[in-house]
Design a protein around this ligand. Structure first.
Ligand code: SAM
Ligand code: CA
Length: 236
């Protein structure tokens, strides 16, 4: 995308060649076959760009393994790329509470591949706005401090509502990861150079990143993979 001579890349890296290099040398060769199948099946969807970037997903899998995540939350499923990645990574008796306002793309594209991969039993998919689902989980005191990991990739306007609830649901030492935090690099551009359709998302990302950086309850690391992910570890 070009705006008055400013190039907005597909991801964060400003060199598409370098992005491709990383994908081809380090990500695609290690991508599990069901995930590749889901990525290919999603590619022809008009909104294919919504899927989590494979290099960011690879880092998510590493994080899930490093903390031995067993009980996770997924906000924003679409066709299920990050959901399938999580299901393939956590143990056989692991559980994912996944939520999306619309399960159509999941049912049509993701679910048949997830079933074939033999990991459907780990997923509890709830078709709903995410905030009420998190509130419902919090009605049961045993859920507080019980989750290892949460991945947030939905309506950015609700990120702070998710954050407050997820910090109660996560264990101390648990992780919440937010996607699209660098908004294709537009967070670092002057507002007047940002294409109109991207302005609101960019502003939301800037505000969320700033609030996370000032939150004493978490340790953070802002990783420039995919479209940017903010990794937050609950410390108190
Ligand atoms: N993580 C997914 C993947 O790897 O393919 C991509 C998720 S996509 C970027 C965002 C999803 O969030 C959409 O499927 C949309 O329906 C869902 N969504 C939007 N607003 C939501 C809300 N308030 N609560 C739950 N899901 C929401
Ligand atoms: Ca995303």
């Amino acid at each position: 995308m070009e705006s008055r001579g400013i190039k907005i890349s597909k991801g964060v890296l400003q060199s598409d060649e370098l992005s491709q290099y990383i994908l081809e040398t380090s990500v695609y060769p290690r991508e599990p076959a069901p995930l590749k199948e889901l990525r290919d099946a999603t590619a022809s969807h008009p909104r294919a760009g919504l899927a989590t970037a494979p290099d960011a997903a690879q880092l998510l899998a590493m994080l899930l393994r490093l903390i031995d995540a067993k009980k996770t939350i997924e906000i924003g499923v679409f066709t299920g790329y990050s959901l399938l990645l999580t299901a393939l990574t956590i143990p056989e008796d692991g559980k994912i509470v996944a939520m999306d306002i619309n399960r159509e793309t999941y049912d049509q594209i993701g679910l048949p591949i997830i079933k074939k991969a033999g990991v459907e039993h780990k997923i509890d998919f709830i078709e709903s706005e995410a905030v009420p689902v998190l509130d419902k989980l919090l009605e049961h005191p045993e859920n507080e401090g019980s989750f290892d990991f949460a991945y947030v990739d939905a309506d950015k306007v609700n990120n702070w509502n998710y954050h407050e609830r997820l910090l109660k649901l996560l264990k101390v030492g648990g992780l919440v990861v937010y996607d699209n935090t660098l908004c294709r690099g537009s967070v670092a551009l002057p507002d007047e150079l940002v294409p109109e359709p991207r302005k609101q998302r960019r502003q939301l990302a800037i505000e969320h990143n700033k609030t996370l950086a000032a939150d004493p309850r978490i340790q953070i690391s802002h990783a420039s993979v995919g479209d940017g992910i903010m990794i937050c570890r609950r410390i108190i």
